[in-house]
Design a protein. Structure first.
Length: 319
């Protein structure tokens, strides 16, 4: 009988005590009062716009019609988006933009971090120089690269003509075939320093004892990197890639300032297309439906980011 009572008591302790939870909330009610203003601001600034955008995505909002006279059309906006050839063109551009920028930025940043992790003369100066593209304004960088790519006055075209590699300056951002790769180059130039900083921080956590032990055991440079360095950088690599992917999916300044989505939608990505629909064509309902789809994609990326971050913290705690 005593054993049964002990098991019942243990089972009761394992179950959440709802009354205890409510009691603790009541006991700390003054603490919750301090965060109420922040919660109220979040509801106004974040929760309500999300709700209103979702609601507006089910309405038709012609440019000549005020928002209060909107017309309920259900899922027609979503159907129109998914059946539109422009949607698939913009989606293709977005995938190319995001995957290309993320992958190449990470690889260049990782390679730069590995190179700068070694001691050599001028390492501090080189680090400062490589960080410059990341710290300068994206707007200023966009206008600078717009002039660099200019077909008449751009330095890239002039150099190519001067070296005899081209008969005339190429139209980097005025051609359908070259505009998106040209913008990706600019985006990589701006983002790879971020990946470099993240990976340099990760390299500081690799134990020197393991690297020396592997070298003593006869492991070459590649084996030490693959079997010792890279496993310690797996979590920070995942977090860095996810952060770059989210940033690129939301990247607006470079494609909008440099091309405005043109020519012929060749450089439109989701975020610029949404902006054009909403503030250019005043099609608020369709733009809201696009925004809801983008929100769902970013929520999925955010979920994987939180999981990767949580896994990294658990590993650090266990170590």
């Amino acid at each position: 009988m005593t054993m049964l009572t002990a098991k019942a008591e243990a089972r009761r302790r394992l179950q959440p005590d709802k009354s205890g939870l409510l009691r603790r909330i009541w006991e700390h009610r003054a603490d919750y009062a301090y965060v109420l203003p922040a919660i109220a601001v979040m509801l106004i600034v974040i929760a309500y716009p999300i709700y209103y955008t979702i609601e507006l995505s089910f309405f038709n909002t012609p440019p000549g019609l005020q928002l209060r006279d909107r017309i309920f059309i259900g899922l027609d906006n979503y159907i129109a988006i998914l059946t539109s050839p422009v949607f698939w063109k913009v989606t293709s551009n977005t995938l190319i933009w995001t995957l290309g920028s993320t992958f190449i930025s990470f690889v260049l940043g990782f390679a730069s971090a590995l190179a700068l992790h070694r001691d050599f003369v001028g390492r501090g100066i080189l680090r400062a120089v490589l960080i410059i593209p990341w710290v300068i304004s994206a707007v200023a960088a966009s206008y600078i690269w717009k002039w660099i790519y200019h077909s008449d006055f751009g330095i890239v075209g002039a150099v190519l003509v001067g070296l005899g590699l081209a008969d005339r300056p190429p139209n980097f951002i005025d051609s359908v075939s070259t505009v998106l790769p040209s913008l990706i180059v600019v985006n990589i130039w701006r983002e790879f320093p971020f990946a470099m900083i993240m990976m340099m921080a990760g390299l500081q956590t690799v134990p020197d004892q393991l690297l020396r032990a592997a070298k003593v055991d006869g492991a070459n440079a590649w084996q030490r990197f693959w079997h010792v360095t890279f496993p310690h950088l797996r979590n920070v690599s995942t977090v860095t890639i996810l952060l770059l992917a989210v940033a690129n999916f939301n990247s607006f300044i470079i494609p909008w300032i440099m091309t405005g989505g043109g020519p012929s939608n060749a450089s439109h990505i989701w975020i610029t297309h949404i902006y054009e629909l909403a503030f250019g064509r005043q099609r608020w309902g369709v733009a809201s439906a696009y925004s809801v789809l983008l929100f769902l994609i970013l929520m999925a990326l955010g979920y994987f980011y939180v999981r990767a971050l949580g896994g990294s913290e658990q590993k650090d705690g266990s170590e």
